[in-house]
Design a protein around this ligand. Structure first.
Ligand SMILES: *Cc1c(COP(=O)(O)O)cnc(C)c1O
Length: 415
């Protein structure tokens, strides 16, 4: 690559051509590039997989198979005959591989992340009846803050919100007061990582329950839940997992806590024998106690289908591909618009971030719209952040190059 263009003069054809060749070579070298054609992207560049990614091309066929091959002919018998009743567990076992968990510890009950977090936080507090504090990061996704506040009101506890820097020191200094500590391995705004291992170890040293919200990490970052001895974890099904609009959330409960947790949402599907129709609740002895009621079957089918290529590739290869893509984004931006790169709020070190990057640009929402009109889907978060997510299986280096090019143009127009 020769010749550094001036800022705002990124349209020199020779230079663009060189970058195109570079992108093609990188895609050509990486066998994971072949997966992109298996997604129904409609020609758009999807850099918002941390909000919602495209469906796999085969999804409609899979749903049709269930609707016409199971639902229509078997009707209510499908719950038993076609394995529908077990799907929260079978999809959970698939997900366990992505989460670094042995099978039998993950369930997809059919709830939202919000209700699943509610269930987990109340259960965590019930494991520590004598402790007054529910600790949560101040920069958490809003629903986590709202749910933590509600759980504290319900159970007579107190929420302590700590900045990312103060979180661990609070655990060190006041950990004996903490019933449960809630954190995320990836900051949903900046993409900055928090190590699951060290914070979980601090919780354990203090006797607190470590609860992780993995929504922005699952499917793009290894989380190694068993190895880190995480206590409880929840996460979203529609982000990097690609489960589709409103895909259900998951819940992780390790074997060592399954007999002890007492979930507040004690619905009939969490019963040891749901079809005995017993008047008294007796929880399932395993991960099944995390279930609530009749699960949204078609959404579970879609989530299970979305997981297949992730399992085929494996989470470590997914992570490394995502890092390659985000590094290429930064390289392209450095060459074409170093002034825009200066607005990066994510860590420059790839090992310190998750699957997305954020830039602080005034007019973020307008830039998002302008990019969408050019076929580049990103998302803005008020007041001035634009996020670019590098989902490993449907984003290519060539698309990243194109996105940076369009971004340069759109930002130029905005000024
Ligand atoms: C996306 C996300 C959620 C979403 O919650 P829902 O109830 O499923 O809408 C929750 N927490 C975090 C950290 C998220 O990133």
């Amino acid at each position: 690559m020769t010749g550094q263009p001036q800022a705002g003069a990124s349209t020199a054809p020779a230079w663009i051509e060189a970058q195109q060749i570079e992108a093609q070579q990188r895609d050509g070298r990486d066998p994971l590039s072949a997966f992109a054609s298996g997604f129904a992207t409609d020609g758009a560049v999807h850099l918002n997989g941390n909000s919602l990614g495209p469906p796999r091309a085969g999804l409609a066929g899979e749903l049709e198979r269930v609707v016409h091959g199971q639902w229509a002919p078997h009707q209510v018998h499908g719950w038993f005959k076609d394995g529908w009743l077990d799907l929260p567990r079978t999809v959970g076992d698939k997900l366990a591989a992505v989460l670094g968990a042995a099978p039998g510890q993950v369930v997809v009950a059919g709830e939202t992340t919000s209700t699943t977090l509610f269930n987990a936080l109340v259960a965590a507090c019930r494991l520590r009846e004598d402790r007054p504090v529910l600790l949560i990061e101040a920069a958490s996704f809003p629903t986590d803050l709202y749910i933590a506040g509600s759980v504290a009101r319900l159970l007579g506890r107190r929420v302590v919100t700590a900045s990312a820097e103060d979180f661990d020191s609070f655990l060190r200094e006041n950990g004996a007061q903490v019933a449960a500590a809630v954190a995320a391995p990836v900051d949903f705004r900046t993409g900055e990582r928090r190590g699951i291992g060290p914070t979980t170890a601090l919780c354990h040293a203090a006797g607190a329950i470590a609860v992780w919200d993995l929504s922005h990490a699952t499917g793009v970052l290894p989380v190694d839940l068993d190895a880190h001895a995480v206590d409880l974890a929840v996460g979203c099904g529609y982000k990097y997992l690609g489960g589709g609009p409103g895909a259900p959330a998951f819940l992780y409960v390790p074997f060592r806590l399954q007999q002890a947790v007492d979930f507040p949402l004690s619905g009939w599907h969490g019963h040891a024998r749901p079809f005995a129709m017993a008047p008294a609740f007796e929880p399932d002895s395993g991960i099944g106690r995390g279930r609530t009621g009749t699960p949204p079957l078609l959404s579970l089918v879609a989530l299970g289908h979305a997981l297949d290529p992730l399992l085929e590739v494996g989470v470590h290869a997914l992570y490394s591909r995502s890092q390659d893509l985000s590094e290429f984004f930064l390289e392209c931006l450095e060459r074409s618009r170093p002034d825009v790169l200066e607005q990066l709020v994510s860590p420059r070190d790839p090992d310190r971030r998750g699957g997305h990057l954020a830039l602080r640009l005034p007019d973020a929402e307008r830039i998002e719209e302008a990019l969408a009109a050019r076929g580049v889907l990103v998302d803005s978060r008020p007041p001035d952040l634009i996020r670019f997510a590098f989902a490993p299986l449907y984003v290519t280096h060539e698309q990243v190059r194109r996105a940076v090019h369009e971004l340069g143009d759109v930002v130029k127009e905005a000024r």
